[in-house]
Design a protein around this ligand. Structure first.
Ligand SMILES: [Zn+2]
Length: 75
């Protein structure tokens, strides 16, 4: 078990906030406007990468917590 419903709920919030902020950013970012509607500037790329990294770290943390609990139960 590496990903719980609680993790998914957190990820849903993160995805919503990320997309909302990207939309707001694009309204006022000159670089995004120049790049065109299908291309984002580096700041948006970085935000997406950080969100993906968070999801990965969250899954690892949940797994570690679950394994620690399993060890406690087995002891
Ligand atoms: Zn931008």
């Amino acid at each position: 078990m590496t990903w719980t419903p609680a993790d998914r709920a957190e990820a849903d919030v993160l995805a919503y906030v990320l997309l909302r902020e990207i939309a707001k950013h694009r309204e006022r970012c000159a670089d995004c406007a120049v790049a065109g509607s299908a291309i984002y500037c580096r700041r948006v790329d970085r935000a997406i990468r950080e969100a993906l990294e968070w999801a990965q770290l969250r899954a690892l943390l949940t797994r570690a917590t679950w394994l620690a609990r399993e060890e406690e139960t087995a002891a």
